[in-house]
Design a protein around this ligand. Structure first.
Ligand code: BES
Ligand code: MN
Ligand code: ZN
Length: 500
């Protein structure tokens, strides 16, 4: 898919198979700026059509118009934006998604969209990035394992121009949007791949492949199980040893900043399948536990995006990759292990495995003298009870870092909600036999998981994103959402001083 930018051309003069313009529900102010231009060029033709009352401009509503006189485009797709006063960036992105789906199913080749033109000018660049993300998402499909479907996958829609009625150079935003979309595509593919394909070794190979594309700016470092054993990563190994798939701790170094500048470290939970281990999960929906590597997938996607953007920042992306299986080598409830930090953990439930691989990764991250560490994990079912599938849980030991992540989520439409940490919750992790237990009982499960990780992040600014609810769509669109790649890329862009 190619994206172009056409500034300030009158809508009526643009050549296209289809022009995409927004329409509002407001009776006396229905026309978006581009729609008004089309109405004028067609001598009131568009307004006359709307006056028929067939199109109500509800959100998600679309209508294809043919034969509008006085304009160059062969078709016009009207997209409902709802009420003008209630327009949000979310509504606009959704409109782009809906439009792309429509044009794809109509086999239309070349679209010129004015939808992001409706955002306020101070939010224009972000609206462009979100429009590109939305179009890419609408055209995404995952049919690699359906015989004969590859053919059907090829969409006629080959070019999407982003057009605006106002002049201004948005080519940087287009390039950024494409980079983020490509990162989302990678994260989505990884989340959708089955556990028998997307193994820890597969994640490591994907990391190496990405690094090879950016030789000179990136390096990869892979710890094998023997290395982790030797280092004393007893918590990571307690999970990994139950599987015949060898675990890997992968660090991707991106050096876009000045040499010596402290890096931001992203640590992703990469459980390529979570059976629960000996504390085995029930069968219903267990297939979905292939997405338990989505934290690692989002780290890979984010690294891909920032490398394509050449962000002036040093970032290390770590993938804590292992499979959680029951076997004769697996950990048992009551087992006690020693973490890389030296602290001991009593494993009361082998299904609380994410924190076990992450705690050793967090301790390992300390050797990079990080400016900040953010871990991303599908860590608890409890976060879905608390926040549903809309918002990620955010916990942090640092106010500024928490605020920066919250702000990035707001801007990118990939929201977080902060939950507390603290002594009262820490007490729930008390063990009679070790320094701590790996579970904190039935109440506040997301927070006690965060509290567990906090004990391994005492020496640097740290934040934890529990993305169990947002990384996967369990509905009719079952599959990976690529979240929180948009949040992480926005967070890093802001840190690199690239204006929102
Ligand atoms: N990967 C799961 C969390 C999860 C659950 C992600 C549902 C997505 C959807 C995690 O490893 C897990 O099993 N957590 C347990 C923790 C419990 C044993 C304290 C959970 O949430 O039940
Ligand atoms: Mn688990
Ligand atoms: Zn898990």
């Amino acid at each position: 898919m190619e994206y172009r930018f056409q500034a300030s051309a009158p809508a009526a003069q643009l050549e296209a198979d289809c022009m995409v313009v927004g329409i509002y529900k407001d009776r006396d102010a229905a026309l978006s700026r581009a729609a008004a231009q089309l109405d004028q060029a067609s001598a009131g033709g568009l307004g006359a059509h709307l006056a028929l009352g067939d199109f109500n401009a509800r959100k998600h509503e679309t209508q294809l118009l043919y034969g509008l006189t006085g304009i160059k485009a062969r078709r016009v797709l009207l997209v409902g934006l709802g009420e003008r006063a209630k327009l949000t960036s979310e509504v606009l992105a959704q409109a782009s998604r809906t439009a792309a789906r429509q044009l794809k199913s109509a086999n239309i080749r070349h679209a010129v969209s004015f939808l992001s033109d409706e955002s306020g000018s101070e939010h224009r660049a972000e609206a462009v990035r979100q429009a590109i993300r939305a179009v890419a998402e609408a055209l995404y499909s995952f049919n690699a394992y359906k015989s004969g479907e590859a053919e059907n996958d090829r969409t006629a829609l080959a070019q999407w121009d982003i057009a605006h009625t106002e002049a201004g150079d948005l080519s940087a935003a287009i390039q950024q949007g494409q980079a983020i979309a490509a990162g989302c595509h990678l994260a989505r593919d990884l989340g959708n791949l089955p556990g028998n394909v997307c193994t820890p070794a597969y994640l490591a190979e994907t990391a190496s492949g990405l690094v090879n594309e950016h030789a000179g700016m990136m390096q990869v470092e892979i710890l094998e199980e023997s290395d982790m054993e030797a280092l004393g990563m007893g918590a990571f190994m307690s999970v990994s040893k139950g599987s015949s798939q060898p675990g890997k701790l992968v660090s991707i170094h991106y050096n876009g900043g000045r040499q010596g500048d402290a890096p931001v470290v992203l640590v992703g939970k990469g459980i390529t399948f979570d059976t629960g281990g000996i504390s085995i999960k029930p069968g219903l929906k267990m297939d979905e536990m292939k997405y338990d590597m989505s934290g690692a997938g989002s780290v890979l996607g984010t690294m891909k995006a920032i490398a394509a953007m050449r962000l002036p920042l040093n970032v290390i992306g770590m993938l804590a990759a292992a499979e959680n299986m029951p076997s004769g080598h697996a950990s048992k409830p009551g087992d006690i292990v020693t973490t890389l930090s030296g602290k001991t953990v009593e494993i009361l439930n082998t299904d609380a495995e994410g924190r076990l691989v992450l705690c050793d990764a967090l301790t390992y991250a300390e050797r990079y003298s990080p400016a900040a560490v953010v871990d991303i994990a599908t860590l608890t079912g409890a976060v879905i009870v608390a926040l549903g599938n809309h918002i990620s849980g955010l916990m942090s030991n640092d106010e500024a870092l928490a605020k920066a992540l919250q702000a990035a989520g707001q801007i990118a439409g990939d929201e977080t909600w902060r939950l507390p940490l603290g002594e009262k919750y820490q007490e729930q992790l008390k063990s009679n036999f070790a320094d701590m237990a790996n579970i904190g009982g039935p109440s506040a499960g997301t927070i006690t998981a965060g509290c567990f990780l906090a004990r391994f992040a005492e020496n640097f600014p740290w934040a934890h994103l529990d993305v169990a609810g947002v990384a996967w769509d369990g509905g009719s669109n079952k599959g990976s959402t690529a979240r929180p790649v948009p949040l992480l890329t926005q967070f890093l862009m802001a840190r690199a001083g690239i204006a929102a």
